[in-house]
Design a protein around this ligand. Structure first.
Ligand code: NAD
Length: 411
């Protein structure tokens, strides 16, 4: 499976609806800039290792490039291209003034010390810093990177360029991070699930049964907010195990348990353990994949029992699985809308850093909800107009916005 091919196949469905020429398709699919760098690091055991890092800037016609930095042993350039492209469409769907980028380092952070990770992050930033900056490209955390990593990014960038907190988002609060950023993506997932379940499918969220894959940043906050909205979280699976309870899991207790238990739900006493591989087949109304890409495939899609899927993870669904869901009448709210709450609050962080004036959490969440509900309505209009899926509707909206900006700026 090639993630970039998958994203481009989804792009083509929207491009077909808009009747885009081959020339324009090529222009909008091709990343603006791709960088590969090598980082030699002297490890604590004395060996010298050379790590590979990437930064792909996909499209910056609507504003500075924006996207996460991922640390993963299997990271390849095509994944980075795919995720950069998704970010172009995501920032356009929520109509914030950013383009789409992504970066990362091929490494296994679980086998590295904090000191080695700091050296690696600094070396990576020093090698790509000439294309970064508040008006050029603004990184943020992604898989296996966090607020501490972003603090190193801020510091390393600042060595050459002076104090510029708007050069990176997802920072610790003490260094100019934003209130609400940690919970923002999960909150957005919950808002999209609520809108789809109540407004589109006309159901009641009270007691609606939710199945989650992943209980990390996105999954745990999505679960927390959905439970607060009245839904029951009936099954949760992650890398270490899975737990279910038909009457609904005690989410605050699970939240606390996972944070004290090496990040996994395995062994949680408030429910029955089950095989995480069977998560798709768990009985529920709403399914939230919030862990890995490419997990809903031709093989797993027929197992899904939910009426609604809300993509917390990036690219969890292959085009083949999309077709299965369409045929089975399962509504799917795509990643570029469902998990856009994170980049929306990253945008607020950038704005607050530029003006050096900070907002409280209530103000952040109110602004986030307003943007997401507007985006939800904008996508719904496209879905109704073209009779297409929500993924294609979101891409049509994004393509129109990026294409218009490109035309206005000229080639
Ligand atoms: P995280 O590292 O905090 O959590 C990842 C979760 O996935 C954990 O619960 C982990 O146990 C689980 N997981 C890992 N491998 C698994 C496996 N093989 N089977 C089942 N579960 C597994 O990461 P996160 O920040 O929550 O990101 C999750 C997804 O959401 C990623 O696809 C990421 O790109 C996407 N995303 C994150 C944000 C954000 O703001 N954090 C924003 C947009 C999209």
């Amino acid at each position: 499976m090639n993630l970039f091919d998958n994203v481009n196949r989804q792009f083509d469905e929207a491009a077909d609806i808009l009747g885009l020429s081959q020339e324009l398709r090529e222009l909008l699919k091709t990343p603006y800039r791709e960088i590969t760098v090598a980082m030699p690091i002297r490890m604590e055991d004395g060996t010298l290792r050379v790590f590979k890092g990437y930064r792909v800037q996909h499209n910056g016609v609507r504003g500075p490039q924006k996207g996460g930095i991922r640390f993963h042993p299997d990271l390849v350039l095509d994944d980075v291209r795919a995720l950069a492209s998704l970010n172009t469409w995501k920032t356009a769907v929520v109509n914030i003034p950013f383009g789409g980028a992504k970066g990362g380092i091929q490494c296994d952070p679980s086998k590295m010390s904090q000191h080695e990770l700091e050296m690696l992050t600094r070396r990576y930033i020093s090698k790509i810093s000439m294309v970064l900056g508040p008006t050029r490209d603004v990184p943020s955390p992604d898989l296996n990177t966090n607020a501490q990593t972003m603090a190193w990014v801020l510091d390393e960038y600042g060595r050459k360029n002076g104090y510029q907190p708007a050069c990176v988002t997802g920072k610790p609060l003490e260094l100019g991070g934003s209130q609400g950023r940690e919970a923002a993506t999960g909150k957005g997932v919950a808002i999209c699930a609520r809108q789809a379940w109540t407004q589109v499918l006309g159901r009641d969220l009270q007691g609606a049964r939710v199945v989650l894959q992943g209980f990390g940043n996105v999954g745990s906050f999505a679960g927390k907010f959905l439970a607060e909205m009245g839904a029951r979280i009936v099954a949760v699976a992650d890398h270490g195990g899975a737990v279910r309870r038909g009457e609904g899991l005690d989410v605050p207790a699970l939240f606390a348990y996972v944070r004290q238990n090496r990040g996994t739900v395995a062994g949680f006493p408030g429910g029955e353990a089950f095989d995480p591989a069977t998560v798709w087949a768990q009985d529920g109304d709403i399914l939230v994949p919030a862990a890995l890409g490419g997990v809903l495939t031709q093989a797993t899609a027929p197992e899904v029992r939910a009426r609604l899927i809300v993509e917390g993870a990036n690219a969890p669904t292959t085009p083949e699985a999309d077709r299965v869901f369409r045929e089975r009448g399962i509504t799917l709210i795509p990643d570029i809308l469902a998990n856009a709450g994170g980049v929306t609050v990253s945008y607020f962080e950038w704005v607050q850093n530029l003006q050096q004036l900070f907002w409280d959490e209530a103000e952040i969440f109110e602004k986030e909800e307003k943007i997401l509900i507007q985006a939800f309505h904008d996508v719904e209009e496209k879905v109704k107009l073209h009779g297409c899926t929500w993924r294609t509707g979101a891409l049509v909206l994004a393509l129109e916005r990026v294409k218009k900006a490109n035309e206005l700026r000229g080639w």
